[in-house]
Design a protein around this ligand. Sequence first.
Ligand SMILES: Cc1ncc(COP(=O)(O)OP(=O)(O)O)c(N)n1
Ligand SMILES: Cc1nc(C(=O)O)sc1CCOP(=O)(O)O
Length: 520
Amino acid sequence: MESKHNFDLSVYLVTSPVASFPSEDAYLKHLETALSSDAITVLQLREKKLSDDAFLALARKVKKLTDKAKVPLVINDNLFVCKEVGAEGLHIGWDDVGYETARKELPESTFIGLSASTLDQALACARLKADYIGLGPIFPTSSKPDANPPCFAYGAREILEELSKLEGAPPVVGIGGIDEGNTEYLQWMCNDGRSGVTLDGVAVISAIMASPQPDEAAKRLKELWERTTYTFAPKPVTLEVPSGTAFRTVLGKVREKKPLVHNMTNTVVQTISANMLLAFHASPIMSLASSEVEDLSKICDGVVLNIGTLDESTSTLFTKAVAAYNAAGKVVVFDPVGAGATKLRRETTKRILESGYITVIKGNASEIATVAGDLAGSVAEQRGVDAVKSDSSVDVQAELVLKVAKRYRTTVVQTGEVDIVSDGTRTWTLRNGTPLQELTTGAGCALGGILAASVAAGGDVAGSCVVGLTAYNLAAERAAKVVGDSSPGSFVGVWVDEVHKAVKDAGAGGYDGARVELLK
Ligand SMILES: Cc1ncc(COP(=O)(O)OP(=O)(O)O)c(N)n1
Ligand SMILES: Cc1nc(C(=O)O)sc1CCOP(=O)(O)O
């Protein structure tokens, strides 16, 4: 290390206790193998139970390895060991030796990292001018029994957004529950060119220390961390919406591609969901089997996760689906049906939203308000998330839809008398449809499939949602004209016919009557 500022946090290994290995030799060999990957950029020696003498003796051996690999060594908590061994850095938490004491006692060139679990702590670290912040836990972890509650990727993103407003804020490394399955998602959520948010690296214990091949594990983490294109991330914004051309483009692509949509949906709406997808010129697969998820993620273009008839196993099943469809780079539409009604629904909704990238969240006003309210348990609470009721004005609802889209870096489709679509940058209101849709069981749930097919074919996520939803609602209006206002039974059949025609004609003239407005 030439200067205290010359450190790279991108793949930061924190050690597990030497005592968790069969021998000290096995432990040192493990570290040496990990360091031989050339992927590790910082190594923190963390021993909670050793005496100062034993810690120092171990630190001297580890320092030889880190020096050989030209990787800075950071000592966890112990100022004495840090000084004695001449480590390049010290990491301390809020219960440890104070930052100012450590700063006075250590050479200027020694960098000092501070832990933060909340926005207030992160701001305090910045005020103290810590050299870096260890922000965590990001995800649940079993490596630190006294860890604070996780902030998840969206919470980390909010904290980083606040830090980015300060001049000279310290770099930040995320820690806690980070592994190969979530690194890419965390990196995408927390490195957003649009808002200036940056996370500087990932710190891990088990992802490398518990791996039988620590060098390979470190290399894979580095490769995931350095990605600039993401498997799951939406394609760039290309569509001009609203316009008849966009309408024809998306529906034409649906007709050509015939997207295959995996419906993990509730038992009440299976038939209408499958029929609407077929009418939309897409193909449905209906399956709730856990053992099929990975295979289906490889052949399907997208999945609909609908918690309408959930049980205690739904969150495990659906988070598995999020992981599989993210890894396959396919569309995930999440419908948190009745999200606020029970504890099970609230918890399941929260776990799914925390688990990975959701391409589209679709729900009615109270479901979206519940999704927004769930955030109030974390960072958002400190900054005051307003609970928006379904009887609030369209503008107020649109503001919340935009906030939820921004927070999860996703597209939100809120259905109601006025539908609202937002991707956190652009927000539209859509005013088509008929009251007969509300008298049709599964009309909202079947829309999940229409959105998945539209996005899978279209490219621009939010734009494709606007087109798919408008086509669906215009078809409903045409069907209502045919059957009259008091025939909900006959309405469904004619609606399916009209959806079919809309895609068959690829929207030729079908956009007439669309009442779509892009809000400023
Ligand atoms: C990089 C990094 N970030 C955070 C921590 C946690 O430190 P602390 O709060 O002091 O908790 P313990 O590690 O001492 O249990 C860390 N060690 N490293
Ligand atoms: C050491 C540590 N500090 C944390 C914090 O939140 O400050 S979480 C954590 C444990 C990280 O281990 P793993 O990568 O195995 O989850």
